[in-house]
Design a protein around this ligand. Structure first.
Ligand code: CA
Length: 228
């Protein structure tokens, strides 16, 4: 998942970058509102964390402009204190949830994961599609109840596909979800990872969980379980 963090306090920004990175996010950071707006408008994102008190352009204005530009990814707002006015204004500007400073990282993470899940239409942290179950909290995957060992990149690809099960995801979008920076990207990497996921999730070649749509991308093809 690709997350943008807009926060002017360097220590906080770097700690969010590091800890979200450890949790498997590809993280982009911006140190002020203008930089943040550019990133919010120009980059493919799954979710954004935006501090309200920012230099150059206020967080509220950044959110309004991103929403006015039809950016629909979920936004989590950081408020300086436990002020109800900040929260109300943030939500009215188009944010989806908020965390008051100081916060525990675990709370930010839990809220981000919940926002991503709901954006994908999932009600619970366990994504169940037939025999394949992906737990977004534990970051584990099982097949018919047996744990499946995945590398970090394999997990990132599968989580992205399963969160949006049924939708076609382009190879370019998957590639962007793998890397933090714009270093040279090899689109063959996605084909290799998809091939490995197929072998691990469908060793008998009976389920065909990941469909290839020539020239368009990939789709997680197993139906979501009822209640998921
Ligand atoms: Ca601030």
């Amino acid at each position: 998942m690709r997350v943008l963090v807009v926060e002017d306090e360097p220590a906080l920004r770097e700690s969010l970058r590091a800890r979200l990175g450890e949790k498997g996010f590809s993280v982009e950071v911006a140190a002020d509102g203008e930089e943040g707006l550019f990133a919010a408008l120009e980059n493919p994102l799954d979710v954004a964390i935006i501090d309200l008190g920012l230099p150059k352009l206020a967080g509220l204005e950044l959110i309004r402009r991103a929403r006015a530009a039809a950016k629909s990814y979920p936004i989590l707002v950081l408020t300086a204190r436990d002020s109800w006015q900040d929260k109300v204004e943030g939500l009215q500007a188009g944010a989806d949830d908020y965390v008051a400073k100081p916060f525990q990282f675990e709370e930010v993470l839990a809220r981000l994961q919940a926002l991503l899940r709901r954006a994908g239409g999932w009600a619970t942290p366990q994504l169940r599609c037939g025999p394949i179950v992906l737990d977004t909290r534990a970051q584990t995957v099982s097949l018919g109840g047996t744990p499946v060992e995945l590398t970090t990149f394999e997990y990132r690809i599968l989580e992205h596909l399963m969160l949006r099960a049924g939708e076609v995801i382009s190879k370019a979008e998957l590639t962007e979800r793998l890397y933090d920076q714009d270093f040279e990207r090899d689109s063959n990497v996605i084909e290799v990872l998809i091939g490995r996921l197929r072998r691990k999730l469908d060793p008998e070649d009976t389920l065909q969980p990941i469909e290839t749509l020539r020239g368009r991308g990939y789709r997680f093809a197993l139906a979501r379980d009822a209640g998921g």
